[in-house]
Design a protein around this ligand. Structure first.
Ligand SMILES: C[S@@+](CC[C@H](N)C(=O)[O-])C[C@H]1O[C@@H](n2cnc3c(N)ncnc32)[C@H](O)[C@@H]1O
Length: 264
């Protein structure tokens, strides 16, 4: 009896995964299951919904619930210069490795609401002419991309910046900090699913941080493979602070500093 119950619970979630994939294009079977299931179960319980099947049907009828569910799945937390000491290492690389270049092509993959690509724009603009900087910023979630395009932020997301940087990078209006116009043309925002879309290519630098931790190992490997191919020779991959790659050589990458890999 207990076994049958367990089977039903497992099937219920697998059923949800299949239908959610058709509905949204997001394949939850590639995300770490325990973590994802816990996040969705909390939302489901909050709404007093007993099963994932019922939850799915409720979502079809309620746009706010659908959007809340997408928010749970995508996890958009971010900030400017997240883990600042790592950005200082990136700056060293830029000064040393890219010093003779007039142009740099960068991919901020899973960029959320834009803090990461705008951090890149502000950093790179210190070393490159603005017309030589090309940042492609992608995310699966259209809602965060819309927000990113607006370029409006509240103080909390700027905690890693000095006051001088805040006034260099933003115009302040009341409580809102708006990214200065000169940085905007450097970034192109577009929707992209790391798990299923072909990767854009020919990058000097790929920044992909704090998203791969949510994926299963085999999904990560597919993405690293894509990154290996998307980088130019000697190009750099900058990952999040818990996201070391175990066998970078499999992807034609070598570790150059903690959380930085270079294409051979
Ligand atoms: C925690 S945020 C990380 C933002 C930023 N990279 C940082 O480190 O601050 C994770 C982002 O990954 C995005 N994401 C989740 N699954 C994705 C997928 N399959 N493809 C592309 N982006 C995805 C989410 O929408 C979210 O904006």
């Amino acid at each position: 009896m207990e076994e049958r119950c367990l089977l039903r619970v497992v099937d219920d979630y697998q059923w949800f995964i299949r239908h959610f994939h058709s509905l949204t294009g997001i394949d939850l079977s590639l995300y770490k299951e325990e973590q994802m299931k816990r996040r969705l179960t909390t939302l489901r319980s909050k709404r007093n919904i007993q099963t994932f099947q019922e939850f799915y049907h409720a979502m079809l009828k309620s746009k706010p619930l659908y959007e809340e569910c997408l928010d749970r799945v995508t996890i958009n937390v971010t900030e400017f210069y997240r883990n600042r000491p790592r950005w200082d290492v990136l700056e060293q690389f830029i000064k040393e490795q890219f010093r003779d270049k007039q142009e740099i092509k960068v991919w901020s993959a899973a960029c959320s609401t834009g803090e990461e690509p705008f951090s890149l724009a502000t950093l790179l603009s210190r070393y490159f002419p603005l017309e030589g900087i090309q940042i492609t910023a992608t995310d699966i979630d259209l809602k965060v991309l819309e927000k990113a395009k607006e370029g409006n932020y509240i103080e909390r997301t700027l905690n890693n910046l000095t006051d001088q940087e805040k006034s260099m990078f933003f115009n302040k209006n009341g409580l809102i900090y708006t990214v200065k116009d000169k940085y905007r043309p450097l970034i192109t925002f577009q929707q992209h699913n790391l798990l299923s879309d072909p990767a854009p290519d020919s990058f000097d630098l790929i920044v992909c941080r704090n998203v791969l931790i949510y994926f299963k190992e085999d999904a990560k490997e597919i993405i690293y493979q894509k990154f290996g191919q998307a980088l130019k020779s000697n190009g750099l991959l900058f990952v999040g602070s818990t996201e070391q790659i175990f066998h970078p050589e499999k992807f034609n990458l070598k570790p150059v500093k903690t959380f930085f890999y270079q294409k051979n």
